[in-house]
Design a protein around this ligand. Structure first.
Ligand SMILES: [Zn+2]
Length: 440
């Protein structure tokens, strides 16, 4: 597969409209964002402008649409906008919104996709991340199923089935391409059955619903004037699943085969895929503190024999596990007395991300410099790569710093590091070091 570069918007693009479920009038601005940013919503109507990333761990509801939330900050019905963005080839965007639901516009993704594409996109310096499914991953629930199979590219094969005289069944297989997305998928509108309307209204949903933004199906046909495609319904389900797959945080190479799945099952598949990604990244096996007795354990005094760092810059308290060759686990108790908390930030203490990387690097230096032939050397950073910060580290947290040596030559070493708090990865990255003589 040809590696493609990440893209973002050339300039901000504005939309206005009502939310189909809440009926709220909202304005939304999709803005350019840096490499590896992904899609993040910002509620500009709320104090402090809280953010909600479009990631599967933030999904809180999947009834008639996908809702994400962080604490009490909600964004409803995100899927059509996300589908439009990823569909036309956008990878990074900041989405400012002044309400709690993305506007429904005409019930499809076409307005979003066309306007953003017309205003232009720019290529960014990094390549896209793409997760290639290597073995089948399946989820199912009460007669519905959804499977991701190994495939070169992204294909979605969808079948819908209803016990309904007008719409008993529809199937379509779509090979994704940003060139065909608007024409073949984005224009398909959302739909519901006439007998559902009262039920949904009673549940407090579809307050903004109308024939302007949804196709309504009766036993005899549709209430709208016409369909955009004969198989518009199944095309819309493909649109929805493309939007929900965005929550994976990575593009995907797979053949997705769906039998009647909706947002709930789509999100379940994304969770299963995410688990597989974390497993492949080696993130799913956090070190266990009770392994302290295994291997060689270095006290803070031992550590100071190996690396030259001292207060306030010695950022590991001990090495709790090491095979002396390829792996080491350092431990750092983060207390309220850390000098950096004074200024980072007053009244809002967060350990600087770069210091977590430094702590990983010090753990790696302990591993590599403990060898006899490296005595008297200091390790200098040469590069950092694939760095990610996943969660803030706060006073009271115990950092476990797991490093794995991936390459070691005489004067250069490369390690992969993951920092954990409990079972959760808080930061990760790949580092290269050069070993230099202390005297020089
Ligand atoms: Zn939809």
């Amino acid at each position: 597969m040809i590696e493609a570069r990440q893209q973002t918007l050339k300039e901000p693009v504005c939309f206005e409209g009502i939310g189909v479920h809440t009926g709220h009038q909202v304005s939304l601005v999709v803005k350019p964002a840096p490499v590896d940013h992904g899609f993040v919503f910002v509620r500009i109507d709320l104090e402090g402008h809280p953010k909600v990333p479009a990631e599967v761990s933030y999904v809180v509801d999947t009834a008639r649409g996908t809702t994400i939330a962080h604490d009490d900050v909600f964004i409803h019905t995100i899927e059509h906008l996300l589908s439009a963005l990823i569909g036309i080839g956008v990878d990074n965007a900041l989405i400012e919104i002044d309400g709690d639901e993305v506007p429904i516009l005409d019930g499809s993704s076409a307005c979003f996709a066309e306007k953003i594409k017309d205003s232009g996109m720019i290529e960014q310096e990094s390549f896209r991340k793409c997760f290639a499914v290597s073995e089948p991953i399946a989820v199912e629930k009460s007669g519905m199923s959804l499977t991701a199979l190994p495939y070169e590219g992204l294909r979605i094969s969808f079948t819908i089935e209803y016990e309904h005289p007008y719409l008993p069944e529809q199937s379509k297989s779509y090979l994704y391409s940003s060139d065909t997305f608007i024409e073949e998928v984005a224009r398909a509108r959302t739909f519901c059955f006439d007998f559902e309307v009262d039920y949904l209204k009673n549940k407090g949903l579809i307050k903004g619903g109308s024939l302007e933004n949804a196709v309504v199906i009766t036993d005899q046909g549709i209430l709208n004037e016409n369909l955009r495609f004969e198989d518009e319904f199944v095309r819309h389900k493909i649109l929805d699943i493309i939007g929900d797959l965005v929550l994976l945080g990575s593009r995907i190479n797979a053949h997705i085969v769906s039998h009647k799945s909706g947002h709930h099952l789509n999100v379940e598949l994304v969770k299963a895929l995410k688990k597989e990604i974390l497993k492949q990244e080696g993130v799913e096996n956090p070190p266990k503190k009770n392994l302290m007795k295994q291997g060689r354990v270095l006290s803070v005094n031992d550590i100071q024999q190996i690396i030259p760092h001292r207060y306030p810059f010695l950022l590991i308290d001990r090495i709790i596990e090491t095979d002396g060759e390829k792996t080491a686990v350092g431990l750092k108790n983060v207390t309220v007395n850390e000098p950096f908390f004074q200024g980072h930030f007053p009244g809002h203490m967060i350990m600087p991300g770069v210091l977590i990387l430094e702590a990983l690097a010090q753990t790696a230096a302990c591993l590599m410099l403990a060898k006899v032939d490296k005595e008297g050397l200091i390790a200098y950073f040469m590069s950092m790569d694939q760095v990610k910060f996943r969660r803030p580290v706060l006073p009271g947290d115990t950092l476990l710093l797991k490093v794995v040596l991936v390459r070691a030559r005489n004067k250069v070493g490369a390690v992969e590091g993951h920092a954990y708090v409990g079972e959760e990865v808080v930061a990760q990255g790949r580092f290269k070091f050069a070993f230099v003589d202390e005297e020089k």
